[in-house]
Write a protein that binds this ligand. Structure first.
Ligand code: NAI
Ligand code: MG
Length: 363
């Protein structure tokens, strides 16, 4: 039986509170479902800056390279607002993603039946929604050179560069095609090939890979601005979407809000298979450190726990256990148990972070 080495980085704010609940779930799967975990813990974010003077230590990055999966809570906090850019808590996370080349960011948008009323959209638009956005995470506009603010005859000029190589497009496209194959064999690629050369290359490369390697997957292309509109108009037309770093940032936030609360949204960031077949992987909730509710026991731990469910599928080869956990969460929600973020102001009493963890473990 394989032992999975995992690194736990609780981070700042509500990060440690939700990670306590995630750890209980991890231990449950260790004890009850026979998955052997070798667990290490370290610091990331503001707490790492307080200890080491930087947002992640070299030792933690090295440890991350040796692990099968990394779990992050959240980083950041107002007390770090005045730090120079390279020392900010968020840089710890960016360094990990970049160092491990986690180029495929998977953000599912799933509408739980019990939470239909939590969305701002009409029930029939979102009921049963289950889509996956694959966002390219380590290239594109957020990393391209040249970049910076330079002198200019009018004052200054700010420059960012959108660039993608064939290799960068190919690897994220294959990740998305593989995922589509495991789901409903339907993939929509989004860019702006009409006005951007990088978008034209993106479309051509994705089409070529589809034709040559994934003829069984129904591939369509859409301009990203239309994609944003279609996500709100009729999200259920999509199954898997693949897009670049910047469009993915925006479109995945749009898709996320189809489902209700930020406290429900998990993510996985995956890299390339190494020679031993291992895929570097980092799992984290989409939300941040929520300084406004930190330390009060109000945080919803479901995004963190669903991130572990994604690890069961993508890192531990336990798709059945992933479904088991998702069903347990759905059952808890069906029973009306809600943390404060999932309650309308209707006077019902909210469950604490720990009570939500208790309910999921008991379910
Ligand atoms: P945020 O996600 O921390 O909070 C936004 C709002 O959602 C707040 O009202 C918060 O109370 C609520 N919220 C978030 N997660 C929740 C949960 N699990 N349960 C219940 N309510 C929840 O975003 P914000 O306020 O923009 O940023 C706060 C800090 O977090 C900043 O320092 C920011 O840089 C950092 N951040 C870190 C991220 C990460 O670690 N991946 C991602 C986003 C922001
Ligand atoms: Mg964003």
């Amino acid at each position: 039986m394989a032992t999975f080495k995992i690194l736990v980085l609780p981070g700042d704010g509500i990060g440690p509170e939700i990670m306590t609940q995630v750890m209980r779930v991890i231990e449950w799967f260790g004890e009850r479902r026979g998955i052997t975990f070798d667990i290490c813990e370290d610091l990331i974010g503001g707490c790492a800056y307080d200890r080491y003077g930087k947002p992640i230590s070299d030792a933690a990055v090295e440890l991350a390279h040796s692990c099968d999966a990394i779990f992050v809570g959240a980083v950041g906090g107002t007390k770090y607002d005045e730090l120079p850019f390279h020392l900010k808590p968020e840089q710890g996370l960016l360094r990990l993603r970049k160092d491990l080349v986690l180029f495929a960011n998977l953000r599912p948008a799933v509408c739980f039946d019990a939470l239909i009323d939590a969305s701002t959209l009409k029930p029939d638009v979102i009921s049963g929604l289950d889509l996956m956005i694959v966002r390219e995470l380590t290239s594109g506009l957020y990393f391209g050179e040249p970049r910076g603010i330079f002198d200019h005859e009018s004052g200054h000029i700010g420059i960012n560069t959108q660039s993608y190589t064939t290799e960068e497009i190919s690897r994220v496209a294959r990740a998305a095609f593989d995922l589509a194959r495991q789901r409903n064999s339907k993939l929509c690629s989004m860019e702006k090939a009409n006005v951007m050369e990088s978008g034209k290359l993106w479309r051509d490369v994705v089409q070529r890979i589809g034709d040559a390697e994934y003829p069984d997957v129904a591939l369509t292309h859409m301009y990203a601005d239309n994609g944003g509109m279609q996500l709100v108009r009729n999200p259920k037309q999509f199954d898997v979407i693949v897009t670049d770093n910047m469009f993915g940032d925006v479109l995945s936030d749009v898709a996320a809000m189809l489902t209700g609360s930020l406290g429900m949204l998990p993510s996985a960031s995956l890299g390339a298979k190494d020679k031993d077949g291992k895929v570097p992987a980092l799992y984290e909730p989409v939300h941040g450190s929520a300084p406004d509710i930190a330390g009060q026991g109000k945080a919803n731990p479901i995004a963190g726990i669903l991130s572990f469910a994604m690890a069961l599928r993508h890192s531990f080869n336990r798709p059945d256990d992933c479904i088991l956990l998702e069903n347990a969460i759905n059952a808890v929600l069906e029973n009306g148990i809600r943390t404060a973020d999932l309650l309308q102001a209707d006077g019902k009493s909210a469950a604490t972070t720990t009570q939500m963890g208790d309910a999921i473990l008991a379910s």
